[in-house]
Design a protein around this ligand. Sequence first.
Ligand SMILES: C[S@@+](CC[C@H](N)C(=O)[O-])C[C@H]1O[C@@H](n2cnc3c(N)ncnc32)[C@H](O)[C@@H]1O
Length: 257
Amino acid sequence: MSEKVAKLYDALFEIEHSLKHKNIYPIHKRLNLKSLGYVDIYDYVLKKYIGLKGNLQILDAGCGVGYGSVFLAQNSSHKITGISISPKEINQGQKVVKSQLISNCDFELKDFLSLGKRTFDVIVCVESLKHAKDINNVLKTLINHLNPCGKIILVEDVFVGNLKTNSLVSKFQENWILSEVLDSNTLQLKGVKVKKEDLTPLIKTGLHLSFFIRKTLVFVSALLKDKAFKQLFLGGIQLEQLYRNKQMKYQLIQFTK
Ligand SMILES: C[S@@+](CC[C@H](N)C(=O)[O-])C[C@H]1O[C@@H](n2cnc3c(N)ncnc32)[C@H](O)[C@@H]1O
């Protein structure tokens, strides 16, 4: 399962990287945050849930090509570690911190479940935990990697409704290689304090569909050739439809011990 997810993100990296000029870019949703004074979700999490000052150890769990880790490092005094299971993403992140001389950020090719004895003050998971084989188990493991008073900030698509009878959600699940789909039942852990914020109203409406339509012509050759990209593309459209059906919520969930 992890191997398939790693291949998916390696493929995404190759295709996106050939089309985008920037070294790193966010892989998450675009939100209407600028009018509130935030650059994007990582900025929101940093300012509202972490704070800019201090010397916290922060794990960006499922860091993509490193956009968020580098953002956190460049906009705070904290020490950031980004992990991903995609070798191509990690290579890119490492290249960027080296070329830009960013000393408070590093990247490691690691699974959520292979952090050894490392502990962190904050663990940030932006749209990454959905890929876990057993989401609650990964959450419990990550909680054990928290220092006292530490927290996990999870930002995810959370399904609202009956998973068993929703055929769209199962197609989405298949395309994005998800063992399970996060819903409010998934995220119930004993002895852990949970605080939720619904970010759904901040999603730029219509953006995903129009984004996909505009990009289709450019991406079509890659689409025809690359199975992984096709899967991501179709899954993205299905996810967009689930949001339009009001069957998905974009939630920020804070877990503290
Ligand atoms: C949608 S991307 C999100 C990237 C980044 N957090 C962002 O918001 O731009 C999901 C990321 O999770 C990573 N990932 C998926 N399963 C993982 C696992 N078991 N351990 C570590 N990283 C994982 C993928 O490789 C990818 O980097």
